[in-house]
Design a protein around this ligand. Structure first.
Ligand code: ADP
Ligand code: MG
Length: 724
């Protein structure tokens, strides 16, 4: 079968411009909008800011204007008896003059605008009036809803418009004798009241009514999301069958001692709930792979520590990985503090730990004497070998890719069943033997912590192989941070505010943007800004940190602020994650328009950690884009990280969100929108989960339709005839 109207040239253009190779691609090239063509407007009622409209009337006369060599502008003066308007062609005017006769009634379709006080429609669609020839209209979709398709500049030059695509789709749909094959089992369609695939694919292009269009959209979105979920859950289920997890059955002296003697405060209800979830995971025999989301300051570190102590109680080691040296060191200090007087050996491993000390740590890990290791990427290096690694905690997950996670799993890879039954084999534990002996290797549990709240729907789509726990509650006694927006013309009064806070004993962060492409300029700004601030606050001491400093110097400056020796910390975003100075109560963010929402929220999270009222001040120039305005407004309106993340998702779209690029599991979405179709994501998830639960090994005949469709989608090879 081939499609009339698609010769070799068009075929090439469709493929290179729109990626359309097959009939299936064409059918799934969904219109971006529809225009209701049931309504006919009066010229009299048109204004320059209306969307597409249609009117019926006739052309009074033509005028032609020279526009340079070989180019002319053709204007047709048009009326429907209620008013006058111009139809304007910058190209193709000759064709119009020849074909659209004066005095004859036409249906005009286009977007009205006003130019020189005259109403006009540029490059209108002109068709015979519906009264004249109803059949002709039928052919182009009739007077109902008219689909609009995105086209590229190159296509426009070749005279391939939205109308061209529309006609191709129409022709294809008419030619298809058989109904388009269904991809979703009847029982799901039935219970969820979803439209059949054939009807949906037809209606998405040429709906009879707004309701039918909506139902078609829902069905096609569901289908897309459903297969994404099915793919993810299948993958997760696979992993589960391949690997076992260590079982931490015991709650022993280490945990109990800590809980009874060292825990300085009551856990929040959310922390308790998450601990139960983790406990259930590590007792299940499955490998835990859990994402712990909690807003900045919600107490994730403590949860991580308690999980690690359970590992220790069961004879395993634990490891905690942070994205930066500063953070790793801070974690070390925090853990040691929590564990003071307890006989637990905690060590640090970063790029800065060298020579004899490093060797000591490595030896300790191998012998098992070092029970908790805190570090940076350095812990992934091959030289780092554990005796019995049972749990890995990864802080600030979006900085670690999936590949790194996998490498960490490998660290604990052991074959318990082999060791038990075949202790004499010299090679036991070698990964190459695993498959032949059909044993399930055990790998360490993984707890990934993030303060960048990923909206639930996105987490489900992208990290579907992780279970998600949420700490949705801050420790008691925290006052919500007050956020305000200040124009940079008002710096003096801002300085006064800062001064008052410092006199009351508080400390202040002042953040300059540093964005990689313009690093040099930004750094210069920081240096200059620092001098300005030093002059503005002669009575106080200031620290300065940025990412280009030597780690040691950075650490020293940071330490001066942490200890309270300096009152103001001037910094780039290096302080974004994890720094904990409860006495700091003011966060000033300069050029706030240059930061994304989640970054602003992260920065704000550096304050509000003590009992005092904290403030976040966003400083911007006077002129702001609309998007920036929205970002600033949301920041001033709420402290809720999840709401901010949702808003971020809506403003930026999922592709941009930090850390979402590497998933590789989700297919490209053509119609569904994770930011807006949250309910459908959930519904797709639920249905996919039911299928997986029912048929975890993908063998049941009941679901063959799904598994074969999924295989096709994975290969990107739906078997359609070529388009030409
Ligand atoms: P996160 O890593 O989630 O941003 P932290 O673990 O750094 O948060 O915790 C922030 C602060 O709150 C720390 O000083 C921590 O000791 C404290 N904290 C944690 N849990 C509680 C709790 N249940 N009650 C009171 N303070 C807590
Ligand atoms: Mg933290």
């Amino acid at each position: 079968m081939y499609l009339p109207g698609v010769g070799p040239n068009r075929k090439k253009v469709l493929s290179s411009e729109l990626g359309i190779e097959t009939f299936g691609d064409l059918l799934e090239y969904y219109p971006y909008k529809h225009v209701d063509r049931t309504k006919i407007y009066k010229v009299h009622d048109l204004t320059g800011d209306m969307p597409f409209v249609q009117v019926v009337g006739h052309i009074l006369s033509y005028e032609t204007f020279e526009m340079g060599p070989g180019r002319e502008r053709v204007v047709a003066h048009f009326t429907d008896g209620t008013g006058l308007m111009d139809l304007v062609w910058f190209n193709g005017g000759k064709y119009a003059k020849k074909n659209y006769l004066t005095g004859k009634e036409y249906l005009i379709f286009g977007r009205p605008s006003v130019f020189n006080n005259r109403l006009q429609v540029q490059h209108p669609d002109v068709e015979p009036s519906p009264a004249d020839s109803p059949e002709k209209n039928e052919e182009t979709g009739g007077p109902g809803f008219r689909p609009f398709y995105n086209t590229t500049d190159k296509m426009k030059k070749l005279n391939m418009t939205s109308r061209t695509v529309e006609r191709l789709v129409k022709t294809l749909l008419d030619k298809l004798k058989e109904p388009l094959p269904e991809t979703i089992p009847d029982f799901i369609l039935g219970s969820r009241h979803l439209m059949g695939r054939d009807e949906a694919l037809r209606a998405i292009h040429f709906p009879q009514s707004a309701r039918q269009l909506e139902a078609a959209r829902v069905r096609l979105k569901f289908e897309e999301l459903f297969f994404v979920q099915l793919n993810i859950l299948r993958y997760a289920s696979d992993q589960r069958h391949k690997y076992r997890g260590y079982v931490f059955r015991r709650i022993g002296p280490v945990f109990n001692d800590f809980y009874q003697k060292n825990l300085p405060f009551e856990l929040t209800a959310a922390q308790k709930r998450v601990m139960h979830e983790i406990r259930a995971d590590v007792c299940s025999g499955r490998q835990m792979n859990r994402l712990l989301q909690g807003d900045v300051g919600s107490g994730k570190t403590l949860v991580a520590l308690m999980a690690m102590l359970i590992a220790l109680d069961n004879g395993y080691q634990a490891c905690m990985m942070a994205p930066t040296e500063i953070l790793a060191e801070q974690h070390l200090a925090t853990l040691k503090d929590f564990l003071s007087d307890m006989p637990v050996r905690v060590e640090l491993l970063t790029g800065m730990v060298k020579g004899k000390k490093r060797q000591e740590v490595l030896d300790g890990l191998l012998s098992g004497k070092v029970e908790i290791l805190v570090g940076t990427h350095a812990v992934i290096e091959d030289t780092v070998q554990f005796r019995q690694l049972g749990l890995v905690v990864v802080d600030e997950q979006h900085r670690f890719g999936v590949a790194q996670r996998a490498k960490l799993w490998g660290k604990g890879l052991r074959v318990e069943s082999l060791e038990l039954s075949d202790a004499s084999s010299a090679n036991n534990g070698k990964a190459s033997q695993l498959s032949t002996l059909n044993a399930q290797p055990s790998i360490p549990h993984v707890l990934v912590m993030t303060a960048t709240p990923i909206p639930r729907t996105l987490a489900m789509t992208l990290y579907g192989d992780l279970d998600v726990s949420v700490i949705d509650e801050l420790p008691p006694g925290r006052k919500p941070i007050r956020t305000t927006h200040v124009f940079e013309t008002r710096m003096t009064s801002l300085y006064d505010g800062i001064r008052r806070q410092i006199r009351e004993g508080r400390q202040v962060y002042i953040v300059f943007p540093l964005i990689e492409e313009s690093e040099k300029i930004d750094l210069k700004n920081l240096e200059q800004g620092f001098e300005v601030l030093r002059e503005a606050f002669p009575e106080f001491r200031l620290s300065k940190v940025h990412g280009k400093m030597k780690p040691h110097d950075k650490e020293e400056e940071m330490q001066r602020f942490v200890s309270g020796e300096t009152q103001i910390l001037v910094a780039t975003t290096v302080i974004e994650v994890g720094v904990n100075v409860p006495n700091a109560s003011v966060m000033v963010i300069l050029d706030a328009q240059r930061f994304g929402l989640s970054q602003l929220h992260q920065l704000r999270g550096r304050v509000g950690r003590g009992a005092d009222q904290s403030y976040c001040i966003l400083v911007t120039p006077f002129k702001l884009s609309e998007d920036t305005r929205k970002r600033i407004d949301i920041m001033c309106e709420t402290n809720d990280g999840f709401r901010i993340a949702e808003a971020d998702l809506k403003l930026r779209g999922p592709g941009d969100l930090e850390g979402t690029q590497q998933s590789g599991i989700a297919f490209d979405l053509k119609i569904a929108d994770i930011a807006r179709d949250g309910q459908l994501v959930q519904m797709a998830r639920d249905e996919a989960q039911k299928v997986i639960n029912d048929d975890p090994t993908c063998q049941s005949a009941r679901y063959q339709l799904l598994w074969s469709r999924l295989r096709q989608l994975r290969k990107g090879q739906i078997n359609w005839s070529k388009i030409s």
